[in-house]
Design a protein. Structure first.
Length: 503
């Protein structure tokens, strides 16, 4: 291509494509590190990954990127090109507003905090981790100031995960959820749970058979193996190197069916989103999701709305029983359905049920905001944590390992990230309901193990757009209204009301 005929927009695209290639190469190094790399590779892999991130960062913050963005600034904001420039500009501005010295300090502080957090959790000793958080928190506050905000410093960090989200908006959302979920949890707790309710999920479940069953299900969902693969890892994730290569990872427990089963559905949900992005968006900033929350809505939709539904299991349970005739002997569909849908107070977020999960997020959100407002100090965090656990969930952690130290997020400096999980939960139902409204045959199809119409709706209304729209725009376009907690709360109420025979 003759350079003189190239427009500035094309040059911007070339530059963004190069950045995207470097990042994808780095992602592949990450994927390899988590799945196949021998232990001995760790030191050189750390250097390789640091080098590639530095190269991508340098290209992004280079003055040339800014010049090309400025020159492309008059594109129609509603066009694909305009959306691409808007996304790229947001990223460029977030990257250039942060002083390099601050970024380096955060990188260093979090790199030291991670192993300290692991040790603190292992020993259940807050004092091992607290000094690291004391260092990270002011750095993140400085980052918020550097990034800028209209209303609240927390908004500046939120925006990195959920474009446009604000603290005040989240407070309203959580207020509605609290008003719906707390009474539901109370009513169910009063009814009480049968201790053996989850017993069918424990037993001898051969890993290879678990894998085969998971593959059968996600293939039916529509996961395309020509453009993906599945590997084993300790902390499962989904990773995309472009719409043509979207991989999932799974962890198997030979004595417990739940992690691999629902983990595979979950990661496949993320992967279906990425495989469904318009292929023309490959190597551009539009090859992603609208936000972390919207991404999570897709994983939760397949994991919970589909994968924990009675309709789904009325088709798949006979197959699961054929796969594990010994372990599931005497367990009928209804017993199994109850086992995978327990609502109960829990201390650990990642083990929490669909409803209580949001109370765990609410608690973290409130603590983060209090830390940012200097209403709460690091030293008082364990006590504040336990008090809120008691208030919202009704349990008190035995120690800090199963309390304030349970998540890695703060060690990584990820303030503002937790709320995206709950946004995802809420949106999963709003999207699912809308799909069913458009295609009332969807539940009957799920009962037949057919998902094409559901996936088709998601593809058309969500997946293909990639990052073209901001989350509020996308939700509005897909469902005709902004994020709405009502469908989510009535879903929980109906499902668990029926399961627990509430009035
Ligand atoms: Zn997820």
């Amino acid at each position: 291509m003759a350079k003189e005929h190239e427009t500035l927009y094309e040059r911007l695209n070339d530059r963004l494509a190069t950045i995207s290639d470097v990042r994808s190469a780095n992602s592949l190094l990450f994927w390899d590190r988590q799945t196949h790399m021998p232990k001995g590779g760790i030191a050189s892999r750390a250097e390789q990954m640091a080098t590639l991130s530095r190269l991508a960062h340098e290209m992004l913050v280079d003055g040339e990127t800014g010049r090309l963005l400025d020159a492309s600034g008059d594109l129609d904001p509603c066009s694909e090109e305009g959306a691409l420039v808007r996304r790229a500009r947001r990223e460029y501005e977030r990257a250039t507003k942060l002083p390099a010295e601050l970024v380096a300090q955060i990188t260093r502080a979090t790199a030291l905090a991670e192993p300290a957090w692991a040790r603190a959790r292992g020993e259940s000793d807050w004092s091992v981790f607290a000094p690291h958080l004391e260092e990270i928190l002011p750095l993140k506050k400085r980052a918020a100031e550097a990034l800028g905000y209209e209303d609240h410093p927390y908004d500046a960090l939120l925006d990195g995960y959920e474009p446009g989200a604000k603290k005040a908006w989240l407070e309203a959302m959580f207020g509605e959820l609290k008003a719906g979920i707390l009474p539901l949890l109370r009513e169910v707790t009063e009814k009480g749970n049968d201790e053996n309710r989850t017993a069918p999920l424990y037993g001898a479940f051969d890993e290879a058979k678990q894998e085969r069953f998971g593959v059968e299900v996600v293939t039916r969902f529509g996961y395309d193996w020509e453009r993906g693969r599945q590997d084993r890892t300790v902390h499962p994730f989904c990773i995309s190197f472009g719409p043509g290569d979207v991989r999932i990872t799974t962890r198997f427990d030979p004595g417990w069916l739940a992690p691999a089963l629902f983990g595979t559905f979950h990661e496949a949900g993320h992967a279906l989103y990425q495989q469904g992005v318009n292929p023309a968006y490959a190597r551009t900033p539009l090859d992603g999701g609208a936000s972390m929350g919207v991404h999570e809505s897709q994983s939760r939709l397949w994991e919970n709305l589909v994968g924990r539904s009675r309709a789904f299991w009325s088709y798949f349970y006979p197959r699961l029983r054929d796969t594990f005739p010994e372990a599931l002997r005497g367990v009928d569909l209804e017993t199994f359905y109850h086992a995978i849908n327990v609502l109960a107070p829990s201390k650990i977020r990642v083990e929490a049920d669909e409803a209580t999960y949001n109370l765990h997020i609410l608690l973290r959100f409130e603590l983060e905001v209090a830390l940012f407002e200097d209403e709460l100090f690091v030293a008082d965090l364990p006590a504040a944590w336990n008090a809120k656990m008691k208030e919202y969930v009704g349990v008190t952690p035995k120690n800090d390992a199963e309390g304030v130290l349970q998540d890695i997020h703060w060690a990584d400096g990820l303030f503002g990230y937790f709320p995206t999980y709950t946004i995802g939960n809420v949106l999963s139902v709003q999207f699912f309901d809308e799909a069913v409204k458009a295609h009332p045959e969807i539940p009957a199809q799920i009962q037949q193990g057919e998902f094409a119409v559901l996936l088709g709706w998601l593809r058309e209304n969500i997946h293909r757009h990639g990052s073209r729209y901001d989350p509020d725009q996308l939700v509005q376009k897909a469902t005709g209204r902004p994020l709405d907690t009502a469908p989510y709360l009535s879903y929980l109420r109906n499902k668990f009301g029926e399961l627990y025979e509430l009035d």
